[in-house]
Structure formats: structure tokens, C-alpha cells
Design a protein around this ligand. Sequence first.
Ligand code: FAD
Length: 411
Amino acid sequence: AQHVALQHRRPLVVVFCLVSDYPGANLRHYGFMLKGLQEVEGNLLRRKIPFVLLEGDPAATLPRYLEKMKAACLLTDFDPLHVKRAWQKRVAAAMDGFFYLVDGHNIVPCWLTSPKLEYAAYTLRPKIKKILPDFLTEFPSLKTHTVNGSPFAAPSPGWQEIGRRVADQSVLEVDWLLPGEKAAGKALTRFIGKKLPSYHEKRNDPNEDGQSDLSPYLHFGHIAPQRAALLASGAKAKSEAKEAFLEELVTRRELADNFCYYNTNYDCFAGFPAWAQKTLNDHRDDRREYLYSREMLEHGKTHDPLWNGAQLQMVKRGKMHGYMRMYWAKKILEWSPGPEEALATAIHLNDRYELDGRDPNGYAGIAWSIGGVHDRAWPERAVYGKIRYMSYNGCRRKFDVNRYSTRWTGH
Ligand code: FAD
């Protein structure tokens, strides 16, 4: 945006449109996001770039604002999910001037990586690898914006007041992970120095602190995946470790965006591949050994301490370990009356409690677990059909399940 503004010798304003009732979001998410935005405001002001917070439906407030400011051009960030795509479409239709959509959400722009819905990681990987070097480049630094001076001094938004207007205050903020660009940078540096060297060995053990914890920062744009990929690529660590991390951060993450961008049913049963829909339909009437209401699941009141531990880790910490997320979603399929209910419950709980929820990775991860997306058919069994199964005993062979469940359930 600054490059375009400087080319045309125009002032630059950064605008954020805030809706206080974004689907699935509550105080936990807003608190993290607003504190990050407050830091953005300070960083921009130091470079003489005003930051404006608009409140209300972006499709209505933003075109009005652009008209008032006589804006020549709007640049906004790509997002593959329904809500923001609908806003962007309405804004583009309602405004005069140029409208640019920039994919800063991915390293390689989603529509360039592939023009179609990809079948699995193995079909996307070679496509990304081919063009990644063209896009995995350093960022231009933000300059002090002095052309024509600032258009005005924007009054600072009343940050605390805004927090009080958040519609859903029912899930509390967490204090173990500080929000914002600075904290994200520290988390990345710590990860590269301390955890990356053993990432390939420890990331799948829920008792270890082996993951990067970057997902909330990536979700809210407090750090770019490109920044993390640049640092990890140049780090001093074994190639297995770096490759394992870049596989998740680049291939898997960009595969999730591909899924949501090209499959408008990314959050529905109809979005599952044909073989998965068939096998789940074939097993609709199978007897379920356990059936739990959404409320029992939400409170971690099942017969399975490992599952309850995972659920409570998510509720208390706002971030379930990555390995447990697969087990967690698959058991919801096993204990629900049907796949549609399982999918809706998993999305509801994930979006409500995970700090990184309401993200393409979440929809893709849940669709992988429950609907075979990006996976293949496995030996058939009750309820799951040919969807890959995960068991308590399988987990027990991999890690200390008692240690994990005791830590999060307290018994
Ligand atoms: P790290 O292991 O350090 O990985 C670094 C980054 O790589 C992550 O931040 C993420 O951007 C990306 N990544 C890692 N694993 C995956 C994956 N399987 N698919 C796509 N990208 C990945 N991720 C979310 O960001 N939000 C969600 O709501 C979410 N829900 C999930 C639900 C289920 C059922 C499953 C199976 C996975 C889900 N994931 C989700 C993907 C993954 O579990 C998380 O991204 C990861 O655990 C976040 O922790 P981290 O940043 O410490 O990960």
C-alpha cells in the first residue's frame, strides 16, 4: 500500500473495520486482536501513517469512508473464507477507484499456487515448491510517510471502550500468550533458537512443548507466514527439522487455503470428497457405543480422560496440542448421531475456544478428521466407514496419555 501511495505521491491511511459480533468470535479472540491492533496503531503513528478504526458492517462503512476521504485506491488482504469474501465483493461493487486484493495470508498467492481444488498435500507440494523461491523474499521496510504530509491526525480509538462492546463476553482471555507483533517476533525467535532443532521429533508429543505456538499470531496477522518461513529456512538446524516445520507452515497451511478458496462447502458435509460422503452415508445407521450432547462435550464430560483432557486444554488454554486435535475431532464423529452433527459440533467448539479458530486451517483440519479431506480411504470399520480411525490405545503407544489427561483434567 505504501509503495502504491508513494508512486502516486498520495497520503496513506490504514483502516480496520471492526464488527463486534463476528460469527464464532468472543472476548478471548477480540482481546487478542484488539491489543495487537493497538500496537499496530503505535507503529504506524511513528511513521506518520494514521490508523483509523471503523465500526459496523464493513460493506457499508468502508465505501462511505473511502468516498469521504476521496480515496483513489484501496488495498486489502486476501482471505479464503465466506465472511470476508462477501464483504470484499460488496465493498468493491460500492466504491469508485482501484481495488487491489493482496494475498499476504499465504507466501505464494493462493490463486497462483493452483487454479483448482487440490486433492491432497502430495498434489499441491510440487506446485508450491516450483514457485516458492519467487515469493519467499525479504519484505520492503515501512518508511516514514511524508508525501503531502498526513491527511489528518486520526483520534485514537478508545480501545478499552471497544473491548466492552464485544457482543460475546462468555469466553475469557488467556494470559500465557501475549498478543501483538512484538510478542509474535519473540515467540518466533524463541522457537527458531530452542525448539526448531527438535521439531521433527517432539511436535507430535502432546506432553512436550515442541510446537511453535505461532498459530494465534498467524491467524490474527501479528506475524506473516513469510517471515516465519524466511527465518526457519535460514536457521541452523538439521534439514529434517526445517523440512518438517516448512511442510506444516507452507504446504499444509497453503493447502488449507486452497481447500477453502475452491470449495465453497468447506464447512459442510457436501464439501467432503465423494468416497468419504459415500462411506459415511453407508454407516449412518451403525450403533454408536457412546452418544454425547454438545454440552457434555463442551464441559469435557465423556468416559475418555484423554479426550476430556484435550477439550479442557482448549477451553482453559485456548490452544489444543496439534496431535490431540485429530483425535479430538475423530472422537466427536464416533460419539455423534451423524457426520453433519459431528462436523457442526467440532466447528462450533473449535471456533469458540481456540485462539486460532475461525481459520482455514481449522475447517481443513476438521474436514480431514471427519470427512477424509486430503486423506485416502482406510480399512472399513463401524461408524467411521473408510475414514481414518484413531484410538486411545494408539495414543498410549505414542505418548504418556495419563500425564497429559491429568495435567488438563486435574485428576
Ligand atoms: P506448529 O506445529 O508450530 O506449526 C506451525 C504452523 O504451521 C502453524 O501455526 C500452522 O499455521 C501450520 N500448521 C501446522 N499444522 C497444520 C495443519 N495440520 N494444517 C494446516 N496448517 C498447519 N490450525 C489453526 O491455525 N486453526 C485452527 O482452528 C485449527 N484447527 C484444527 C482442527 C483440527 C481438528 C485439526 C486436525 C487441525 C487444526 N489446525 C488448526 C491445524 C494445526 O493443528 C494447528 O495449526 C497447530 O497445532 C497450531 O499450533 P502451532 O502454531 O504451535 O503449530
